[in-house]
Design a protein around this ligand. Sequence first.
Ligand code: GLA
Length: 467
Amino acid sequence: MEDAAAVPIKKVPRDERILFMKAAFQQEFGNPPKFIVKVPGRVNLIGEHIDYCGFPVLPMALEQDALIAAGTIREKEINIKNVNYQKYPEYKVALKKFEEIKIEPDVDGKPFWYNYVLCGVKGALEYLDNKFEQGLQILVDGNIPPASGLSSSSALVSASCLTFLHAQKAKITKTDIASLCAVSERYIGTQGGGMDQAIAFLGEKNSAQYITFLPLQVTPVTLPDDAVFVVAHSLAEANKAANNEYNSRVVECRLAAKIIATREEIETGSKMITLSQLQECRDSSLEDMIELVHKLLPEEIYSKSEISSILNISEDALGDLYLTSNTKQLPDFKLKQRALHVYEEALRVENFRKLCSGSNRINDNIISSLGNLMFESHESLKKQYECSHDNLDLLVDLSKKFGVNARLTGAGWGGCIVAICREEEVNAFMDYLTDEFYVKHCNIDRENVPSYLFATAPNDGAVIYQL
Ligand code: GLA
């Protein structure tokens, strides 16, 4: 089975960027690298903000990636450099136990770039039980636009973890390293699900992946032959680790599940329960869960004290058991809206997948039907999940005007949209967005647009090039 396999080790391809990395590494460290790791970014087609609730998602790996060229050294330290050294300065740290690796944000609360590398290394050390032989010299490069919702951070965390493990000759399957990286990325402070790391390792050329969690499994989904997916950057940067918006959605889902469980007299003690576990416990359909949310979470807003009294615990205990350090001070929570989004989005994922695998795949309407699901997803993310941005909404509206459906992709609050269109309309659609959004609305020079707007097809997951 593909996902029980380890990350493939290949010969170095004649690729310009890889050759450049080899030369740049030699120049930086005075010796050649031993291997180069490549981990792709991703675009999520549908299933947003539901992975951390335990529901399946449907992303594909991108061509854009994070690259790490690595050399091993005797000293137990890691020397981290970036090709773009002015923006991303060098960092060096002694390696001891994973417990001793500190991951602290800078003064604005934004993570330092190298913290993503440290997350990966910390996870690898934990996996190795702190037993390792080799220190590392690493040089990082990447062409996934940062803060774009295309998973540049997870690609870097995953590439770093893979680099460290490969340097120690550790054996690990793709699914295990994907799960390991999902957990280690949380050291940055966000309580992410596992989608980005899963697709980073388990992506496949020519198909998107239907990803289920606990246990992590992927099933290829063949997209309609004449469908093209276009990614467009909103030019609003979205760094989910720089504020508490992402974590507040995670905890709102936790609290929604906990309250419904309590009201339904499902025994969970002080343990957390996800919205998908709740569905399993009740053995209900997603449609029934949607009705249940309306019935059991009728309010628009729940205050912290209200939630404590429903759960019959003190506000301090509520904070300790279910909130994160950056959400403990929140006075109130939107539970109905978030839970409705989650169950409805989970239903859209199932419908999207069914449409792709149905016997009427060649049917003319399939692209419109997939597009409608994507558009509904965006509407829900905008209104119920409140994680959109004016620029994202404008891009989605402009697409609609042109006759194409689109949605925000990734965590939101900025970053990119993904649109689905027919092959024959892709050029006209991209010209339209170039004029209407990038040139007219954002004053961008036409020649710079291709780095923000591109058509994409599913790609392979991570690979190691052995030199
Ligand atoms: C980020 C997280 C993912 C997922 C998405 C939203 O990319 O890393 O786990 O939650 O946001 O779907």
